[in-house]
Design a protein around this ligand. Structure first.
Ligand SMILES: *Cc1c(COP(=O)(O)O)cnc(C)c1O
Length: 393
């Protein structure tokens, strides 16, 4: 009864799969903080629940909510975003398999591929995925036999920290012609702004830690697929390898998602306004935000997203010292890793999120700051940044 696929996204975020508790009428769903369930007779679990690694009603609810928002038939909630990525790689690759990533992505994704999956015979290559012709050329050169052990193209759009945009429909077309599976990390957009399955992606992954939960109070991940056979494999592995989220984190994510619509609207408004203002600020040499008309991905983002997201990266005229000084000087923007919460955060990627790739081709410029623009009053955010940028000279 609460499944109304024709409703708008905000209505579905609040009601999808979330019926009031049948035994008490509680509007907010209970947290099923239990590891096991009473059986009616030997091997007779009630409603299919026997042990919480296999299934837990709180986790099931989150999975229905996110599947509905992403427009897929199956969702899996994991212990973290990286556990979601790991689950997808397990389900889709065999030794000899191959993953193609973009040039810009979450550092933990590169670490998982190059330092963990590499041990199991999975190779990774890097291609500029903002250019479908480059992907075409790369896949055409690899074709012979590679697909048997699994060939995965891993896209993050918008990407971290440069907010690069990949044209998902163009990328999906190239992938499917070459037998590759298209996986999209939709963390930076959230389903409120972008639903990759609609553009031909095969798998969506999330760090639900970020915008989905939205309050910097839990760590969880999500995997969403439409394909039944792939879903069966994911379900098998989630249980067999135990990558599931706990009921409390699942519940916090359910609660966060109910306000996803209003939060994303405000994140987008604030970020777009700050990006425009920063691009005219004398202390700033470059602003990376897909909402700016001069951003190379602006046209594609405007077509495939319903807003440009809440992350803005800037490069400063005063170089590294100015960036470090500004990161230390903000008061409303809190100096912390992560993103997607209601509070604004600032990081110096060179010394923080990307410190481990210093001196490698993946190193980021040291005059760069990444801002996760929160939902505070934008005048306060602007005043805070202005003060901090002036402090940096
Ligand atoms: C944070 C993040 C991850 C990893 O998620 P965790 O929940 O921290 O494990 C993956 N992808 C992106 C884009 C992220 O921002």
């Amino acid at each position: 009864m609460s499944e109304r696929p024709e409703s708008g996204l905000s209505t579905r975020a609040i009601h999808l799969g979330i019926d009031p508790d049948p035994s008490t009428g509680a509007i907010s769903p209970p947290i099923f903080q239990t590891s096991t369930f009473l059986q009616d007779d030997v091997a007779q679990p009630r409603n299919g629940y026997e042990y919480a690694r296999c299934a837990n009603p709180t986790r099931d609810l989150l999975q229905r909510q996110v599947a509905g928002l992403e427009g897929g038939r199956h969702a899996f909630s994991t212990a973290s975003g990286l556990a979601a990525e790991d689950l997808v790689l397990r389900a889709t690759l065999r030794p000899g398999g191959h993953v193609v990533t973009g040039t810009d992505a979450y550092g933990g994704t590169f670490r998982l591929l190059e330092r963990v999956w590499d041990r199991w015979g999975i190779a990774t290559s890097v291609v500029d995925l903002t250019d479908p012709a480059a992907l075409e050329q790369h896949l055409a050169a690899r074709d012979a036999g590679a697909a048997d052990a699994g060939l995965v193209v891993w896209v993050e759009t918008p990407s971290n920290p440069f907010l690069q945009i990949t044209d998902l429909a163009a990328c999906a077309e190239v992938c499917h012609r070459h037998g590759a599976l298209l996986v999209v990390d939709n963390t930076f957009a959230s389903p409120y702004l972008q639903r990759p399955l609609e553009h031909g992606a095969d798998v969506v992954v999330h760090s639900a830690t970020k915008y989905l939960a939205g309050h910097s109070d839990s760590v969880t991940g999500m995997v969403v697929v439409d394909d039944d056979a792939l879903a069966e494999e994911l379900a098998f592995l989630a249980n067999a390898a135990g990558s599931v989220s706990g009921p409390m984190d699942a519940w916090l994510t359910i609660r966060g998602i109910k306000t996803l619509g209003v939060r994303m609207q405000r994140h987008c408004e604030n970020a777009l306004e700050l990006a425009g203002w920063l691009s005219r600020h004398p202390a700033v040499t470059r602003v990376h935000h897909p909402g700016l008309p001069e951003h190379p991905g602006h046209r594609v983002a405007a077509a495939q997203m319903d807003g440009f997201g809440g992350v803005v990266s800037i490069q400063l005229a005063g170089g590294r010292e100015a960036a470090l000084a500004a990161a230390r000087a903000t008061e409303v923007f809190l100096l912390a890793e992560s993103l997607g919460g209601v509070e604004s955060l600032v990081v110096h990627p060179g010394e923080m999120t990307h410190a481990s790739v210093k001196g490698t081709p993946r190193a980021v410029p040291d005059d760069l700051l990444r801002l996760s623009v929160g939902i505070e009053d934008v005048a306060d955010l602007r005043a805070d940044l202005d003060r901090a940028l002036r402090a940096g000279g």
